[in-house]
Design a protein around this ligand. Structure first.
Ligand SMILES: CC(C)(COP(=O)(O)OP(=O)(O)OC[C@H]1O[C@@H](n2cnc3c(N)ncnc32)[C@H](O)[C@@H]1OP(=O)(O)O)[C@@H](O)C(=O)NCCC(=O)NCCS
Length: 170
């Protein structure tokens, strides 16, 4: 019997020509993740708000934001966006394609982002996660995040984010 070789994982910065592929990947992963957690209307609203092409081009110009993408054997399978927000270092987005989840790639991206925060002198990494997104919460706990507080945040369009704020001390 032969065992499948582990894929070669590479983390690279997102560049402007990557934007359409990142937006499409976000939609694919969101559709596999959020039905049952938030409504389809809220998924569409948040995808447009956060992954509209113009929004992503603006994010790439922002000196306080870092957009990383990850490849497995050359195939784009996920991304992690981090930023300085309200004086803290935030992991703002972390998404891995469903057929590549639970193979340690999310952990690799968390370590990558945590290293950046540490180099910049921040004491912790913070993030917001939907209270019902149990798989993601389990994954964040595995990598050292704990719940700091529960929030309900108005994001416009009649929608709210019902989240836990989690933090990982560095
Ligand atoms: C959450 C996410 C980023 C984690 O990345 P990942 O590469 O799957 O995670 P890792 O392989 O590094 O870590 C695996 C841990 O995550 C949790 N986890 C991930 N997928 C899971 C699943 N389908 N069922 C249960 N636990 C899961 C477990 O704690 C697991 O640890 P274990 O395998 O030892 O039990 C990824 O699963 C994902 O993109 N999910 C959908 C999108 C999402 O919810 N993103 C977070 C938004 S805040």
């Amino acid at each position: 019997m032969t065992l499948a070789a582990s894929p070669v994982i590479e983390i690279k910065p997102v560049t402007p020509p990557d934007v359409p592929a990142i937006a499409a990947l976000a939609r694919e992963i969101w559709q596999a993740t959020y039905p049952g957690i938030i409504t389809q209307e809220q998924i569409d609203f948040m995808l447009e708000q956060r992954y509209g092409h113009e929004r992503l081009y603006d994010d790439l110009e922002d000196a306080h934001k870092w957009l990383d993408q990850v490849f497995a054997d050359g195939r784009r399978i996920g991304f992690a966006f981090s930023e300085i927000s309200k004086g803290e270092f935030k992991l703002d987005k972390l998404y891995i394609h469903p057929d590549m989840q639970r193979q340690g790639v999310g952990g690799r991206l968390i370590a990558h982002v945590a290293e950046r925060a540490k180099k910049l002198g921040y004491p912790c990494v913070v993030l917001a996660v939907n209270k019902r997104n149990e798989k993601a919460i389990a994954s964040y706990r595995k990598y050292g995040f704990t719940v700091r507080e529960a929030i309900v945040d108005d994001i416009g369009g009649g929608f709210v984010m019902d989240d836990y704020i989690m933090e990982k001390k560095l």
